[in-house]
Design a binder for this molecule. Structure first.
Ligand code: ZN
Length: 53
């Protein structure tokens, strides 16, 4: 699965880890995260993330 980076603060979303503190289970693809999820570090929305190449 693809990793995504927050363009604002550099936080990396790794699907293998998820974001369990914010209700995203490990193994959740970025595409499947709820649209109201925000970056756990800086609070911006999913539209501020881009795929890590
Ligand atoms: Zn961020």
């Amino acid at each position: 699965m693809k990793k995504y980076v927050c363009v604002v603060c550099g936080y990396i979303y790794d699907p293998e880890d998820g974001d369990p503190d914010n209700g995203v289970d490990p193994g959740t693809a970025f595409e499947n995260i709820p649209e109201d999820w925000v970056c756990p570090l800086c609070g911006v929305g999913k539209d501020q993330f881009e795929e890590v190449k």
